[in-house]
Structure formats: structure tokens, C-alpha cells
Design a protein around this ligand. Structure first.
Ligand code: GUN
Length: 288
């Protein structure tokens, strides 16, 4: 039986509509959520992501502060900009688009972002809080993956979740979030022996590796929920995930498409985190 599509675009649109209403209410109280977006260089994919993030700001009513810098910018200049944004009360969230051009130390830049404005959730404060099960900014892609499961009533409790990919920004935090929801979690990666056998045990299979067709149809358990977090461009210029979608959808019960799954959800959760940051700055109670 063909799987039900998990429509990330629709779930994201619903979240953004809810945020717009909330933002209208905040504005009536004099709170204007603001997001600074920093783009360094001319990477075409990064330019597109940043444009989509700014479009979402416009749609929800978040003020976006755009900083476009040449690839020749120095580390010190970038640090100075982050410091300025850290001190700007109009800016509640700071997003420095990754990857940064060669020669720049991304880790130092990301760690410079104030924990109160780290809406990407990439810094040590956010990641430490996630590990400790304390409230904090949750990085947007894993958070979006969890929200898609929730929207389709896929409860991780009692299930075996396999996360393929161990990145600091997706795989590791997603494993922690699934664990928080009482799944039994396996983290697999490119060097896992017998990856197929591991994947076949997954009731929930989440893939964030960045390799087209990393997961073939025969690696998907019948009835599984498959969350594809990869974004790859084929030689023909087509956008695809890490999962062989046509084959996997014949075995899965639920599957996210690429595009239209994890991508729009990441942006919706960025808007969510920015609203939480603005509320926190105003001394309001938040759910992060
Ligand atoms: N590059 C690709 N995805 C992301 C993201 O979610 N945040 C940032 N800062 N850079 C990215």
C-alpha cells in the first residue's frame, strides 16, 4: 500500500498562520519580533534559503534585518557585526547562514551569538539545554521533524526510531527529541555496519545524511514512518532527499516528500523560535 504523504508545506503553513495571529497580538502590546539574517558570499543555495526565510518573516509579520556581506569579509568584521546584533534591542533572533565561505571560522561566529538570540539552536547553551531536558531553543530542522510526526499523530512512545546521520545540527538533536518522547533510539551513520538491518528495525526512520538514494526501498520496514531530511540536487537539477522516495513510499505508512517536507518546516520553526525570543526579551513566559 502506498504511504500517506506527510505534507510539511501544509503543517508549516498552519504553524505560520498561528504565529501570525500571535505576532499581531504581540504588536498590539508594543512587541515587534525581529530576526537578523546574515548572508556571507554568493552561494546560490544559501541565497535561496535566506530569501525563503525573509519571505516567511514578511508573511508572519516578523521584521527582518538583512545583512549581506562579501565572501572577502574578515572574521573580525563578522564578529563585530554579531556583537552589534547581540546588543540591538530590535533584534530578537540572529541567523548566520551556513556554510560560511572558506577562511572563516563558523564555530567561533556561532558561539558568539548571544544564547538569548540563538534561534538556530546551534550554540552550546541551546544544545546543552536540550541534553539536560531544560527549556531552550531547539534547532529548527529537528524540531520541524518532530512537529510533522505530531501533526500526523505519530507518537514515538514505545517505537524504535532510527536516525541516520549524526550531525550536531540535525542527527544528534533529533535523536534527543525522539528520546524525550520515549522512543527507543538508534543513531546510525555512514560507517554503521549493516545499515540496512538497522534501518529495517525502524518504526520511525529519520534520515539526514545528504546523499541521494542513501536509503533504498528495501531498507524501509513495512508500515514505517519515514522522515527525509536530506536535500540533494541530481545531475539533472532535480531536488531530492536521501530516501529513494518512489520505492520507499510503497513500503512506508507515512513519508515526507522532498521538497515540501522538512524544508518548509525548518523555516516555520525558525519563525517560532524568533517569536519565543521576542517574548523572552519582553519578560513573558515562553514555551521553547
Ligand atoms: N544552512 C542550511 N540550513 C541552515 C540552518 O538551518 N541554519 C543556518 N544558520 N544555516 C543553514
Amino acid at each position: 500500500m502506498a504511504a500517506e504523504l506527510i505534507d510539511g508545506k501544509k503543517v508549516a503553513a498552519d504553524i505560520k498562520a498561528g504565529l501570525k495571529t500571535e505576532i499581531d497580538g504581540l504588536k498590539a502590546q508594543g512587541i515587534n519580533p525581529g530576526l537578523a539574517v546574515v548572508l556571507v558570499g554568493e552561494d546560490p543555495a544559501s541565497k535561496k534559503y535566506v530569501a525563503n526565510k525573509q519571505k516567511a518573516c514578511e508573511a508572519t509579520g516578523i521584521t527582518s534585518f538583512s545583512h549581506k556581506l562579501p565572501a572577502t569579509v574578515s572574521q573580525q568584521e563578522l564578529i563585530t557585526l554579531v556583537d552589534e546584533l547581540n546588543n540591538d534591542p530590535r533584534v530578537h533572533g540572529i541567523l548566520v547562514q551556513l556554510p560560511l565561505p572558506e577562511g572563516l571560522d563558523a564555530k567561533e561566529i556561532m558561539n558568539r551569538i548571544s544564547p538569548q538570540k540563538d534561534v538556530d539552536g546551534f550554540g552550546p547553551d541551546a544544545l546543552g539545554k536540550l541534553m539536560l531536558d531544560e527549556p531552550g531553543f531547539i534547532s529548527c530542522t529537528p524540531h520541524g521533524a518532530m512537529k510533522m510526526l505530531e501533526a500526523y499523530n505519530i507518537d514515538p512512545k514505545g517505537k524504535h526510531a532510527v536516525v541516520v546521520g549524526r550531525s550536531v545540527i540535525v542527527g544528534k538533536p533529533l535523536a534527543m527529541l525522539l528520546l524525550r518522547k520515549h522512543a527507543t533510539v538508534t543513531i546510525a551513520h555512514s560507517r554503521t555496519p549493516d545499515l540496512k538491518d538497522v534501518c529495517l528495525k525502524a518504526d520511525i526512520l529519520c534520515v539526514a545524511v545528504g546523499k541521494a538514494k542513501m536509503i533504498t526501498g528495501d531498507m524501509v520496514k513495512e508500515g514505517a514512518a519515514v522522515v527525509d531530511i536530506g536535500i540533494n540536487v541530481t545531475p539533472e537539477g532535480k531536488l531530492v532527499g536521501d530516501v529513494d522516495f518512489p520505492a520507499a513510499k510503497e513500503r512506508a505508512a507515512y513519508i515526507t516528500p522532498v521538497p515540501g517536507g522538512a524544508g518548509p518546516m525548518t523555516i516555520a520553526m525558525l519563525m517560532y523560535n524568533t517569536v519565543q525570543a521576542a517574548k523572552m526579551a519582553a519578560g513573558m513566559k515562553v514555551e521553547v
